[in-house]
Design a protein around this ligand. Structure first.
Ligand SMILES: [Fe+2]
Ligand SMILES: [Fe+2]
Length: 252
């Protein structure tokens, strides 16, 4: 991925808890078997028997983040390749189509939760993560794309994505809370902002199309209020969400 910054790693000795074996406990939400095969008892036993500790802070397997991380640092150092490309390509499509900066920003951020936090209900998580730093309209558009993606609006130029027939099966019906959200969003004055996010959303991933994130620096500067202390450390109501992406393997 040509435009991704080269990550920097540190050795285990430079991480917190140096000198101890550091064990990673999977997040409860991500346990392979929800019916009780938790790795917790075995890991606790290992702790008691060997003096191993549970990981807190920097994981040497992950790139080091700057002390005061900015939005694009999460793109470069935390998002998986697909999320990184997907967000940049969507924003670039909107930009090239001459959309305003509110739409471009919403496109750039619409799947930010998928990047390194959570996929389920990602429009809602993503909107919450960015709310203190963007306009209300951008956050609203990101939240509502969760529902609008499932409902065609041919007049606006959006048909139900073919990919969803493969992802969910051709008979899939979104649950009532999304049907309700869709009905409400249709009546809203910002409907088209969120609808455009679904239009520039890319439903089949395009390999080999490298979009340089630096071209969005000015748009981000005007539309995303980077906190002086860095994302995760500004005491905002969502700072913990950004910290969780910085240190996703903290035991507690
Ligand atoms: Fe999405
Ligand atoms: Fe998307």
């Amino acid at each position: 991925m040509k435009n991704r910054k080269t990550p920097r790693y540190v050795t285990a000795a430079e991480c917190p808890q140096a000198g101890h074996e550091r064990m990673m406990m999977p997040q409860p939400i991500n346990q392979p078997d929800p019916y009780g095969l938790s790795p917790e008892p075995a890991l606790l036993q290992r702790m008691r028997e060997t003096g191993a500790v549970f990981m807190m802070g920097q994981n040497p397997e992950l790139p080091v983040m700057p002390a005061k991380p900015k939005l694009l640092d999460f793109f470069h150092y935390r998002f998986c390749d697909i999320a990184y490309m997907h967000l940049l390509q969507s924003a670039k499509l909107a930009l090239d189509a001459g959309q305003n900066e509110t739409v471009v920003t919403a496109c750039l951020l619409h799947d930010i939760s998928n990047g390194a936090l959570l996929r389920s209900d990602h429009g809602y998580w993503g909107a919450q993560m960015i709310a203190p730093y963007v306009s209300e309209e951008v956050a609203w558009a990101v939240q509502q794309h969760q529902a609008l993606r499932y409902f065609a609006d041919e007049a606006a130029g959006f048909k139900y994505p073919d990919a969803y027939n493969s992802f969910f099966g051709p008979d899939y019906q979104p649950p009532e809370y999304l049907q309700h959200a869709h009905r409400e969003a249709r009546k809203h004055r910002w409907y088209m902002t969120s609808r455009l996010v679904t239009i520039y959303d890319i439903y089949s991933f395009q390999d080999g199309w490298d979009v340089d994130p630096e071209q969005f620096t000015d748009i981000i500067g005007r539309n995303f209020r980077e906190p002086e202390e860095g994302l995760g450390f500004d005491n905002s109501p969502v700072a913990h969400m950004w910290r969780t992406m910085i240190w996703p393997h903290n035991f507690l």
